[in-house]
Design a binder for this molecule. Structure first.
Ligand code: SF4
Length: 362
């Protein structure tokens, strides 16, 4: 399979079969050594089932496991680290991976418990978990195609954030997210990406507003796969800040015009045009964020949505993020980082419910 190839398979009834057929169409077994250490890296930043639009369907991993085990590959594991503040073990269970791993006899690795090593790329030194970096020969990235209120898109490159320690996840935000995401993809470039675009959430990364897109997308160039996903949601490449940066670092190409798109079961293709919702972006216009962690920022967007649903007035401006640490300011702040604000909600991170209750009184 060439780097410029993108394979798309359409359907929704038998997702495991779709994943199997996609692996077969790409002839992945042909590039794998029999004793290769293969790791599947799904996305379950949050503990919600896949039909919420937040996490990778376990059926995608199942189809890949069927394909690999039928061909005699035995050294396979599944690894993930939920976002800072969430519990990966709970996600393994809630998202259906505990049962899947038992059925196939493959180990589950919680990357929050993994050791890390330091590597440099693009002028940054990053901490990266050992297992995906040093104990894996063939990393299969299984992101969900979703909208994201800070980066517009979350897909292949951003899913790699599950392979760094929690402290590093927070630091990524203090570094502005785009550059460290691009640099991480240089250090930990997956050998294969299969995107779950069955029903990703096109409003919030955390799910709750799934949009049926009924397809899986496969490719070996993660930048090209992300560029294809971005276009599918109506974004230009420049609107996804980390993609041009990753291209400059030599991770892959954003040039979709030069890609060879191979469609399978195209008769099941919807003609719908997908658009990322602007709900989260509109709510975000009430937020001044400086290096806010995903979990904190995402919860605040949800809290603002709850206020709106309950007919409450939204505060004009709410401040959030590590950039406000140690600063004394007039205004409403969320989280321990804004302890110097005239009104602030404690917590690191506070829950969305606590935020909604706090803001309702402002
Ligand atoms: S308060 Fe929020 S933004 Fe600050 S470190 Fe904690 S989670 Fe991150």
């Amino acid at each position: 399979m060439k780097a410029s190839d993108i394979h798309v398979i359409y359907g929704s009834q038998n997702i495991a079969r779709m994943a199997y057929e996609l692996m077969d169409a790409m002839d992945i077994a042909a590039v794998l050594q029999k004793d290769a250490r293969i790791a599947l890296k799904p996305n379950f930043a949050v503990s919600k089932p896949a039909d919420s639009g937040a996490t990778t369907h376990p059926e995608v991993a199942e189809g890949i496991l069927q394909y690999l085990t039928e061909r005699g590959f035995r050294n396979i594991s599944i690894m993930e680290g939920s976002w800072a503040g969430a519990d990966t073990q709970t996600s393994f269970r809630v998202c259906g991976y505990e049962a899947l791993a038992k059925r196939y006899g493959v180990p589950l690795h919680d990357l929050k418990k993994d050791a890390f090593v330091e590597r440099q790329a693009g002028g940054l030194t990053l901490k990266v978990c050992r297992k995906p970096l040093l104990e894996t020969d063939f990393l299969i990235n299984l992101p969900v195609l979703k909208a994201h209120c800070q980066t517009n898109l979350t897909c292949a490159l951003k899913n790699l954030k599950g392979c760094i320690p929690d402290s590093e996840k927070r630091r990524f935000h203090s570094l502005g997210l785009m550059k460290p995401i691009a640099c991480l993809s240089k250090i930990l470039r997956p050998q294969l990406t299969i995107v779950d675009a069955i029903c990703g959430d096109l409003t919030f990364e955390e799910g709750g507003h799934p949009v049926p897109m009924d397809r899986l997308i496969g490719g070996v160039d993660p930048v090209l796969v992300d560029s294809y996903g971005a276009e599918l949601l109506g974004f230009s490449i420049d609107e996804i800040g980390y993609l041009p940066l990753a291209e400059k670092l030599g991770v892959g190409s954003t040039d979709i015009a030069k890609a060879a798109i191979h469609e399978h079961h195209a008769e099941e293709k919807q003609q719908t045009i997908f658009r990322a919702s602007n709900v989260a972006r509109e709510l975000a216009s009430h937020v001044v964020a400086d290096a806010a962690c995903s979990v904190c920022y995402g919860s605040l967007i949800h809290a603002l949505q709850r206020l709106r649903e309950n007919g409450k007035r939204l505060p004009e401006t709410v401040y959030i993020g590590q950039g406000f640490r140690g600063k004394t300011c007039e205004g409403i702040g969320i989280g321990n980082c804004t302890a110097g604000f005239t009104a602030h909600l404690k917590g690191c991170p506070p829950t969305a419910k606590a935020m909604a209750d706090f803001l309702a009184g402002k």
